[in-house]
Write a protein that binds this ligand. Structure first.
Ligand code: NAD
Length: 482
């Protein structure tokens, strides 16, 4: 696929960056350059903020009837569905995720998210207040304003649309900074949005390093809110940088999620299949990865045998363009090296490597999925987010024991429970300190289901009605009738 270099997308126009510089985006499966991307700097942030501010203060979007915004979001979904092949290919070239996954999961899910929030656009309203006989009181829900959206590389289109769709439904104006490794679909989507009828300047895209462009967006006094998905460490930095302007902030950060298999799981085969998927899908580069697998001792050997069979059969490494490929490459050489360091660390720390952690003899940043068994929750491989296909299995004896270990983490994004005892399942669901609890499944996502983290996995919830809270301000109006 021949792709021309991408310029910045500001105010509905493709524009050169102030410095006129470009960087390369690379296909991680072939290590070949896909195309060049404009590299912005603080001057470009200034320019994009001026355009966004104008679109918010005097443009039509925040003032449109909800039904008109709904129609535009619906058209975006229709156009995106029509262009599934093109967007799926771009996403796969940029990330290395198997094309089949991009086409049959990411793209349909992205369209679903747009349709879901299209449905909300004309249903956002306040309440009337008990003002007493002398007055009338009511609340309005208004857009927050100019929202800076800073997104990661692991599922670029879906993770961006979780923010974009909800924020647009509520009438905001956006500055999107995608990750430098995966900017293609962000740019293409901004162009599609314009075609769908979004006014110029409402969805702007700018690329460049997080520590310059990202930082400048966060610190800018004319940016009202930051919606960030990425590493917990970056989240800390953004909080500090946003402090001076008291930025509204919502965070979707890292995880080290426990996936708990009891001996009375209703279907050990299904549990093994989804537990394998839970750390292998997207090459394990997934925030909700069930990377700490707790298995009840009495069923441990039988379960591990099933799990290893699924890892071997379902998650074969190969060319992402091939329909039989389960697992593509990791995102980059530097990330691969980072994940490999954890393989060394796991062995050094005394866990038993049952399979994987090897580099196949081919070009691209591939790594076979690794399963460490008989690990301890205090080991580094059980405490830190690896963000690769590495599973840490920890056997457990009792309910109390597993609750304590599952919650013994600084994160709290997701969790899984496999049991046929409904009392145990619901008791545990209450005890787990995590934003999502999956019972007898793992990794189920739905645009209507709020998603986000407890503790250092973030705050605020994306998707569902909850996300509308993140992108609206509440205004109270009192009228004196006396
Ligand atoms: P990252 O934090 O390195 O980068 C994310 C984005 O932030 C990029 O666009 C980057 O350029 C930008 N950035 C970096 N430093 C910045 C700074 N100082 N100021 C402003 N912007 C800055 O994360 P990543 O490596 O791209 O993504 C992987 C991480 O994302 C993992 O930790 C993963 O768990 C997390 N994640 C979380 C969720 C969720 O929903 N909770 C979803 C996907 C990924």
């Amino acid at each position: 696929m021949e792709l021309k270099p991408f310029k910045l997308f500001i105010d509905g126009q493709w524009v050169e960056s102030a410095a006129g510089k470009y960087f390369e985006t690379v296909n991680p499966a072939t290590e070949e350059v896909i195309t060049e991307i404009a590299q912005g700097d603080a001057r470009d942030v200034e320019r994009v903020v001026v355009a966004a501010r104008r679109a918010f203060e005097s443009g039509p979007w925040p003032r449109l009837a909800g039904s008109a915004r709904r129609a535009v979001l619906e058209r975006m979904a229709t156009l995106l569905a029509e262009r599934t092949d093109e967007f799926a290919l771009l996403e796969t070239l940029d990330t290395g995720k198997p094309l089949l996954q991009s086409r049959t999961r990411d793209l349909p899910f992205a369209c679903e998210i747009l349709r879901y929030y299209a449905g909300w656009a004309d249903k956002i309203y306040g309440t009337s207040l008990p003002a007493g006989p002398q007055g009338v009181g009511y609340t309005l829900r208004e857009p927050v304003g100019v929202v800076g959206m800073i997104t990661p590389w692991n599922s670029p289109l879906v993770l961006s649309l979780m923010k974009i769709a909800a924020a647009l439904a509520a009438g905001n104006v956006l500055i999107h900074k995608p990750a430098s490794w995966t900017p293609l679909t962000a740019y293409r989507f901004a162009q599609l949005a314009l075609e769908a009828g979004l006014p110029p300047g409402v969805l702007n895209v700018i690329t460049g390093p997080g520590h310059t462009v990202g930082k400048a967006i966060v610190a800018h006094p004319q940016v009202d809110k930051i919606s960030f998905t990425g590493e917990t460490a970056t989240g800390r930095e953004i909080m500090r940088d946003g402090a001076d302007t008291l930025k509204r902030i919502s965070f979707e950060l890292g995880g080290k999620s426990p996936n708990i298999v009891f001996a009375d799981a209703p279907d050990l085969d299904a549990a093994a299949a989804l537990s394998a998927r839970g750390f292998c899908v997207n090459q394990g580069q997934i925030c909700w990865s069930g990377s700490r697998l707790f298995v009840e001792e009495s069923v441990h050997d039988r379960f591990i045998e099933k799990l290893l069979a699924r890892v071997k059969n379902d998650w074969k490494i190969g060319d992402p363009m091939d329909a039989n490929t389960g697992m593509g490459p990791l995102i980059s050489g530097s990330h691969l090296k980072h994940v490999q360091e954890y393989i060394v660390e796991g062995k050094k720390g005394g866990a038993e490597l049952l399979t994987g952690g090897e580099r196949p003899d081919r070009k691209g940043y591939f790594l076979t999925p690794a399963v460490f068994d008989n690990a301890d929750n205090r080991m580094k491989i059980a405490r830190e987010e690896i963000f690769g296909p590495v599973l840490t299995v920890i056997p457990f004896k009792t309910f109390e024991d597993v609750v304590a270990q599952a919650n013994d983490t600084c994160y709290g994004l997701a969790s899984g429970i496999w049991t046929s005892d409904i009392t145990k399942a619901h008791r545990l669901a209450r005890l787990l300190r995590a934003g999502s609890v999956w019972i007898n499944t793992y990794g189920a996502l739905n645009p209507a289901a709020p998603f986000g983290g407890f503790r250092q996995s973030g705050f605020g919830r994306e998707m569902g009605q909850e996300a509308l809270q993140l992108f609206t301000e509440v205004k109270t109006v009192w009228v004196n009738l006396a």
